[in-house]
Design a protein around this ligand. Structure first.
Ligand code: MN
Ligand code: MN
Length: 462
């Protein structure tokens, strides 16, 4: 055997999908990316993602499930958890005790700048919002970026007022200022972590005073007047509001060849969208499949709508009851792909990644046997057996994949929802898309990686 043959037979190497993909499939991946971009633009918060996904699944005949409802073999359902977490599922014909459930779990919350509960103040001729950032952000990145205000305000009587200002071309936007370089002598000597502080991320909301008012606070009053006219709200309604500032930017192709997509919140909508479409595109009725779109991943997956809530396992238990199956046996035989992003190798920052165990844009969906930090702390670490099962499944389905850790051993790390599902005695492996500039206001991903991730989920639920 010559060396070339031997190498091909024995060595494991990442492949660039562009080198091997057919023209047909390349076209399909780019078409899939267009639909994904629409999702990105219309689902910038978890609430919007849930609404958009419900419209998608209802179109395919999925019906709303509420606890206590009857479940049937062959039935297709969704559970809307408080408008912020969505569990879409299909009850299959297979013996669920033997086959288990097939779960793809992604998250739909992204790092952003939330408003404080008492946000509105006036200072030096400006009406401003106090903010409290959400998730792991590099604060300096969020200044001088056009921002849109999204969210809900719930009035005392329970009426929900949807807010979305800054997405329409005609809308005004919001803005966090930064210091001009001419006067930044002191700021420039600070670290990136200290240059812009959490309490310094204040949003400019307006400058025009209420003209009949002679006392202080006329700008603030005028802003309250505008909000009241437009939405019928008063300042106390902020107390029960979830308002967030996100980049007022649309998803766009990056590069002359249009091979990448820039957008806000790829983490983790780039996995949520394939999770839903893989389930909807599959007409099979054999497997019991769940696509979970969880909230609160960026802050630890706690709370009623996070992956640590019992919402998912409660539904699984209801399915087991309906089928007369042993819940514990079903969990032990279930399998989960924890669908989340990884850090793509970035030529601008090669020093933080270890080349042999990093993921690369255009090399396909990325598997991570474990996540965590330092000595693998905070990870579920998939078994070798389950990792082999997934790799074999992807190979058989012709899905291009790569294996990676998130960064060098002592460089940092991160976690996903994987461990919270694995804790239920369910085999779980991290699978997702490599991202450039993760958690920045505008992140980048590869269209081919997005498509391979879709194909991976499609193979898993088939
Ligand atoms: Mn994520
Ligand atoms: Mn994240």
């Amino acid at each position: 055997m010559d060396v070339k043959e031997l190498k091909a037979q024995l060595e494991y190497k990442n492949k660039n999908v562009f080198d091997i993909i057919s023209e047909d499939e390349l076209e399909r991946s780019f078409a899939y990316a267009e639909a994904y971009k629409l999702f990105l633009d219309n689902a910038k918060t978890e609430r919007e993602a849930v609404k958009y996904a419900i419209a998608m699944v209802e179109k395919k005949g999925y019906t709303e499930y509420r606890f206590g409802d009857e479940l049937q073999v062959g039935g297709t359902y969704y559970y809307n958890n408080r408008g912020k977490m969505l569990i879409v599922f299909k009850v299959g014909e297979n013996d669920i005790e033997k086959d288990g459930a097939y779960i793809v779990a992604a998250h739909i919350d992204s790092p952003r700048i939330d408003l404080k509960q008492n946000p509105l103040y006036e200072a030096d001729g400006f009406g401003m919002f106090k903010t409290h950032y959400y998730g792991g952000v590099k604060k300096y990145q969020w200044t001088t970026v056009p921002l849109a205000l999204h969210g809900v305000m719930v009035k005392r009587d329970g009426e929900v007022v949807d807010i979305c200002i800054g997405e329409d071309e005609e809308d005004p936007i919001f803005y966090i200022s930064d210091l001009l370089p001419h006067l930044a002598k002191d700021q420039m000597t600070k670290t990136l972590a200290e240059g812009i502080t959490g309490e310094g991320l204040n949003i400019i909301v307006g400058t025009e005073p209420y003209r009949d008012e002679e006392t202080d606070g006329a700008i603030r009053l005028n802003l309250l007047r505008i909000l009241n006219e437009k939405y019928g709200i008063t300042e106390e309604d902020f107390i029960s509001a979830e308002l967030t500032a996100v980049p007022a930017l649309k998803a766009r192709d990056i590069g002359l060849d249009r091979s990448l997509i820039g957008g806000y919140g790829h983490d983790d909508r780039v996995c949520a969208y394939p999770a839903i479409t893989a389930l909807l595109d599959n007409p099979d009725t054999k497997k019991t499949v769940f696509a979970i779109l969880a909230d609160k991943e960026e802050v630890g997956s706690d709370g009623v709508t996070g992956m640590q809530s019992l919402a998912f396992t409660d539904i699984l238990e209801e399915v087991c009851d309906a089928l007369g199956a042993n819940y514990r046996k079903v969990k032990a035989n279930s399998k989960c792909l924890s669908a989340d992003v990884n850090a793509a190798f970035d030529p601008n920052f090669p020093e933080v990644l270890e080349r042999k165990n990093a993921c690369y844009a255009n090399c396909g969906v990325v598997l991570s046997k474990f996540t965590g930090a330092r000595g693998k702390s905070g990870t579920s670490d998939a078994t070798s057996e389950f990792t082999a099962y997934v790799r074999n499944m992807l190979n058989e389905a012709g899905v291009e994949w790569q294996m990676a850790e998130l960064g060098k051993v002592d460089q940092g790390g991160g976690g996903t929802v994987a461990k919270f599902i694995a804790n239920h005695n369910i085999d779980t492996l991290d699978v997702g898309v490599p991202v450039i500039s993760m958690h920045a206001p505008y992140e980048a991903i590869s269209k081919l990686d997005l498509y391979m991730t879709y194909k991976a989920f499609a193979a898993f639920v088939k």
